[in-house]
Design a binder for this molecule. Structure first.
Ligand SMILES: N[C@@H](Cc1ccc(O)cc1)C(=O)O
Length: 346
């Protein structure tokens, strides 16, 4: 693959790359490294899967990929994960992420997994963090993390240390590329600015779009119907997609179309199995699609109706998450130990 193709592949399905020129330079110089970090807090859902699916593109483009399970960050962010559950949640995230990478058609063995506590307590890292804390204003740190850490009237110190540590992770993991949702933008812009003064390089940043929830608007942790969980049965998926916000002809805030675009099509091998929307003969018969753009065009023109689209998308999503669901069902202790209040009962 030449540099232009590799840049295109890494940039596909993203919201923003800062900057494409720098990304091209990395490929010209050799084999770049990338990392994505996850703070093991709440249960993973298809939003995570969509972001993770892209790791297959990174690998195919010849990028070395590290997944950071940011255990300390999960606690620092307003105690979203209690300290005594960090290990169990990290184990659950690791297993789910492995299954997702596998389901996306890549080999999880090609990805390096690291936990934050593996290196964030090293003397050099800690010392550099104190230096950074001495040089960064509270306002700057708060602004950087404003879309990531939980907001409150009286914020904890942890949320201020959080972006500094995320910045130092880039250097500690030797990552040329920082990949994450576009909500991470504020933090990585801070990283780009300050890392050169702390013995590192400014990372190239690749940002994934934040997808809409199924109820319209952003996905919400408290609104169960707004997202498909990885353990949802095909019936549950069908029900959630069936009730999802998906007005005829409208693409904006339409989670059903977004998942089709960013998760289903990239995983489908369209030559072997195109995306098929079944329709009774009297309404024109089945529709067969090779690309997301064709689906969108038909949806916008009115040729494809939400009532026909939804069951097809539900089936496709179920098929994509099936291996992940199986893995989590095979090892029920992963969820039971990570979320004892919800799953620990029996
Ligand atoms: N901030 C990320 C987690 C993360 C933590 C540390 C990092 O170095 C990278 C990412 C999140 O919102 O989940």
């Amino acid at each position: 693959m030449n540099t232009a193709d590799r840049v295109d592949l890494v940039s596909s399905h993203t919201q923003e790359v800062v900057t494409e020129e720098e990304l091209a330079e990395l490929f010209e110089a050799g084999e770049p490294t990338a990392y994505i970090g996850y703070a093991p807090t709440g249960e993973m859902h298809i939003g995570h899967f969509t972001t993770m699916r892209k790791l297959a593109d990174f690998l195919r483009a010849g990028v070395e990929v590290t997944v950071l399970i940011a255990d300390l960050h999960a606690h620092l962010d307003d105690n979203k994960s209690p300290f005594d559950l960090l290990d169990a949640r990290s184990a659950y995230y690791e297993a789910a992420i492995e299954a997702m990478i596998d389901a996306a058609g890549a080999d999880p063995d090609d990805v390096t997994f690291v936990r934050g506590t593996d290196f964030q307590l090293d003397e050099e890292y800690t010392l550099e963090m104190y230096r950074m804390a001495a040089e960064t204003t509270i306002a700057r740190s708060q602004r950087a993390a404003s879309e990531v850490v939980r907001e409150s009237e009286s914020p904890n110190l942890g949320g201020l240390v959080y972006p500094l540590m995320q910045t130092l992770d880039v250097k500690a993991l030797d990552a040329d590329i920082a990949y994450g949702g576009v909500d991470q933008r504020g933090i990585y812009m801070l990283s780009r600015e300050v890392l050169p003064d702390h013995g590192g390089d400014s990372p190239v940043c690749v940002f994934a779009p934040l997808l809409s929830g199924l109820s319209g608007g952003k996905m919400s942790a408290s609104d169960a119907a707004s997202k498909v969980n990885l353990t949802d049965s095909p019936e549950a998926v069908e029900e959630k997609i069936g009730q999802a916000y998906c007005p005829a002809g409208e693409v904006e805030d339409n989670g059903v179309l977004e998942y089709l675009n960013h998760l289903v099509f990239p995983v489908l091998d369209v030559d072997d199995e195109p995306f098929v929307v079944e329709r009774p003969e009297e309404y024109g018969g089945d529709l067969t699609y090779q690309s997301y753009d064709e689906v969108e065009a038909d949806f916008v023109s009115g040729e494809l109706h939400p009532a026909d689209l939804k069951p097809a998308v539900a089936d496709a999503i179920s098929a994509v998450i099936d291996p992940v669901r199986t893995r989590l069902n095979d090892e029920p202790e992963l969820l039971a130990e990570a979320y004892p209040d919800e799953y620990g009962g029996a």
